[in-house]
Every structure is written in structure tokens, then in C-alpha cells.
Write a protein that binds this ligand. Structure first.
Ligand code: LLP
Length: 419
């Protein structure tokens, strides 16, 4: 049996058992060098033309990680006022933030515009609303390139069945609305969906938005979106996304566009998962084993509230079993269903998984948990959200978010008569 944590020296000189004892489980553990490595890799997607990466912070919005993204020279995209405010707290200046919201209020648009942040509008109505608020200004428009991709229908954000972006058929109306409010469309963006391991859908979508771009003179930026996948089946040999192939495939496409357009606007990508997924694991504790109707169950504290992806999308996360701080790679295996401690039958982390035989008190280590892990964690069953620690490149262990407390959970509850 392979062990990613051993092969990548994930825990370096730190004993995961000590981490679990000191900070409690479940616990999100981040590895700074893996994080920086992936961020650098995506910076190499386009090299010939002006290019920046917008880290999509919805994947993980911990301030410590945002600051690392900033140090690495990444920009960020944000989806809400809350995300914008976090980026400001992390020290991102307005020109390094791109607001790409969906169905937002005037207040949220005003917050961004008043902060000097570029906004992209993702429907004709939102564009009209923005134009009414800020006539004569610059903005961007999110285009649906007609091509969607992703690991589950819930995360495909372009093509026919989606609430996102302006359909290709409506591009003419974009020009009319812009004219009405004297808006200058200075950028186009798209996002086809999340998690694909082949380059083809991305390249096809790039071609599609570049065709649309020809209808917009004077663009300052074109953002090709995120969605670049990470190998969630790495223990059985799944390879990394072929970033170099994507680079090589995009170059002639961009060459052709630039020569037709007359100049190269700033090209952008918007990856979330690719940057952070592999940089984190969740450590959880085994608290029970049982069999029911011939099915074995492993009972742990990594519930659907800690990692929502398996229950939402049937997502696969590789799992290692750790005993005395070491990943078990030899000995007997068994087929077992790994569950959490939440009062739902859907609280299943991994179904019928072949794993080393685990016993009460062992640790489970859930791989590739850095993206859409903590950022989608919740407090159902009045369970607190876990702590997060960062294994720094200098060997130190930094607590970057404390475990929530019961007091945190009830802090918003009140009983006041307002009307
Ligand atoms: N840009 C926009 C406009 C997006 O909506 C998203 C993700 C991204 C960029 C980044 O996508 P990424 O590179 O991370 O695939 N919770 C789901 C994924 C939802 C993605 C939503 N939008 C999951 O856990 O798989």
C-alpha cells in the first residue's frame, strides 16, 4: 500500500499523533511547501504574454494561506463582500482583486466599486443594475462559452444548464446595455466548472471566449477561469494535471488571437482547487468499529460537517490509517465504510473502501482536503468546526485557526422583540 504522506514527507519532522493530541481531532493540517509549489506551477500556465493567476479563495479562505498566495504574487477573485473583506485584511490592494459575483445586491456592488475593485457582471440584469449605479465607469462581463466541464453536475458552471454568466446569444445586448449607461467593457471572464483532469475542455473554452473577445475592442483583461483538477486517486497512481501540456496547447491559440486582436490584453486564470487541495489533510480519530448486515463500518470524528464533499458529490478522498504516528502500508486490509459522527445516514466519508485494518484509537488521514474542505465545513448537530494548523517551510507548526468553541456557536443567538 502506498502512503502519500510518507512519499511526500508531508509531516516532515512533526509527529501527526502529537498534532492530534495537542490540537485535538478532527484537525486540518496544511503543508506550506506543497501549497507554494502548486501556486508556482499554475503561474507557468501562460508564459509568453502578460498573465496573472487569480487564486479563487472560495476553495480556502484562511488568512494565513491568503497571505502566502499574496507573497507568491497571485491575485485573487472573490464572490461576496465577505471574501472581499478577507482579501483586504490579507493585504491585497484593490488592483489585485477581481470581484466575480452572482446575483448580488446594489450594496455589495457598491462595496466593491467604492473600494476600487474591478467587478464582473454575470447577467444582463446585473449589468444594467451596475450601469445605473455607476454610469460612465469600467467593468467586466462574465460570458458562458457554451462549454461546461466538471466532476459533478452540481459544479458545472457553463453550457446549457447553469445559472451563471451571459449566454453567447446575449452578447449583442451586452453592447446595448453598456451603451445605454456609457459603460466601458474592459474585461471578459468565464469559468466552465470545477475539476477536470484533461486539458481539452479548458482549451476549447479559451477558444470560445477569445472568439467573443474579438467583438469587444479595447479589452484590458481576459480571464479563462479555474477548474483545473487535482489527482484525488493518487494512492492508486493517478497523475497530476498536465500543466505543461496546457501551457503548450494554449500558446498557439493565444498567438492566433493576439495577431487578430492587435495586442495582448492581460490573460488570467482563476484556479482554487489546483492551488490548495493537495496541501492539506484531515486527521481524525477512530472511535468505533461495527458490522451491520455484512457491511463493516469504521466510526470516526470526520463527519460530513468537517468535509462536506463526499456527502454532497460522492467525492472520493484517499485515506491512510496512521498508528503511532506512522502510516500503515503493510499487513492485512479489509473493505470498510468510513463514517463520521453526524446524525444522518448520508454521513459517509468513504464507502466500501479497501484500507489497512484500523482499530479503535488509530488516526485516519484524509488526503487532498485543502480545497472546499474547511471553507464548506459547518456546525450541524452543534458540532464545532476544527482547528487548522500550518506546517511551515521553516519547520514550525503554526495554529492558523483555533477550534471553534461552544460559546462561538451560540454567540449569535438572542431573544429580542423588534416588532
Ligand atoms: N472561478 C469561479 C467563478 C468559480 O465559481 C470557481 C469555483 C472557481 C473560479 C474555482 O474553481 P476551481 O479551480 O477550484 O475548480 N465545492 C465544489 C467546487 C465548487 C466550485 C465553485 N466555483 C467541490 O468541492 O468540488
Amino acid at each position: 500500500m502506498r502512503s502519500f504522506t510518507e512519499e511526500s514527507n508531508f509531516f516532515a519532522s512533526v509527529d501527526p499523533e502529537e498534532l492530534a493530541e495537542r490540537f485535538g481531532t478532527p484537525l486540518y493540517v496544511y503543508n506550506e511547501s506543497i501549497l507554494r509549489d502548486r501556486m508556482r506551477s499554475v503561474m507557468g500556465m501562460i508564459t509568453k504574454y502578460p498573465y496573472t493567476v487569480n487564486y479563487s479563495m472560495k476553495a480556502n479562505s484562511n488568512l494565513a494561506l491568503l497571505k502566502i498566495a499574496k507573497e507568491e504574487g497571485l491575485n485573487c477573485d472573490a464572490m461576496s463582500e465577505g471574501e472581499l473583506r478577507l482579501l483586504q485584511l490579507a493585504g491585497f490592494p484593490a488592483e489585485r482583486i477581481f470581484f466575480v459575483p452572482n446575483n448580488v445586491s446594489d450594496e455589495e456592488m457598491k462595496f466593491a466599486a467604492d473600494s476600487g475593485i474591478m467587478v464582473s457582471l454575470d447577467s444582463l440584469d446585473q449589468l444594467d443594475r451596475y450601469g445605473t449605479l455607476f454610469p460612465g465607469t469600467e467593468c467586466c462581463v462574465r460570458i458562458n462559452p457554451g462549454i461546461g466541464a466538471g466532476h459533478h453536475k452540481k459544479v458545472i458552471t457553463a453550457g446549457k444548464h447553469t445559472k451563471f454568466a451571459v449566454a453567447l446569444d446575449d452578447v449583442e445586448t451586452v453592447h446595448e446595455i453598456a451603451k445605454k449607461h456609457d459603460l466601458k467593457i474592459v474585461g471578459l471572464n468565464q469559468h466552465v466548472g470545477s475539476l477536470f483532469m484533461q486539458i481539452d475542455p479548458y482549451v476549447a473554452a479559451v477558444k470560445s471566449i477569445l472568439d467573443v473577445a474579438l467583438e469587444f475592442p479595447d479589452l484590458k483583461l481576459i480571464d479563462f477561469g479555474g477548474g483545473i483538477g487535482t489527482p484525488y486517486h493518487k494512492l492508486t497512481g493517478e497523475e497530476a494535471f498536465p500543466m505543461q501540456d496546457l501551457h503548450d496547447a494554449l500558446e498557439p491559440v493565444l498567438d492566433e488571437f493576439v495577431s487578430a486582436y492587435g495586442y495582448a490584453p492581460l490573460f488570467k486564470s482563476e484556479p482554487g482547487r489546483y492551488c490548495v487541495a493537495e496541501s492539506a489533510v484531515i486527521l481524525g480519530r477512530v472511535y468505533a468499529r461495527k458490522s451491520n448486515a455484512g457491511v463493516r463500518y469504521l466510526g470516526t470524528d470526520v463527519g460530513m460537517n468537517v468535509l462536506a464533499r463526499p456527502s454532497l458529490y460522492d467525492s472520493w478522498h484517499d485515506i491512510e490509517i496512521l498508528r503511532n504516528g506512522k502510516s500503515i502500508t503493510t499487513g492485512e486490509t479489509e473493505e470498510i465504510t468510513v463514517t463520521g459522527n453526524i446524525c444522518e445516514s448520508g454521513d459517509v466519508l468513504a464507502k466500501d473502501r479497501t484500507l489497512p485494518v484500523a482499530k479503535d484509537g488509530d488516526l485516519i488521514c484524509v488526503l487532498d482536503a485543502g480545497a472546499y474542505g474547511y471553507s464548506m465545513a459547518y456546525t450541524y448537530n452543534t458540532r464545532v468546526r476544527p482547528a487548522e494548523v500550518l506546517l511551515s517551510t521553516n519547520g514550525s507548526v503554526r495554529l492558523i485557526r483555533r477550534r471553534e468553541t461552544f460559546e462561538d456557536l451560540i454567540a449569535l443567538q438572542c431573544d429580542t422583540t423588534e416588532f
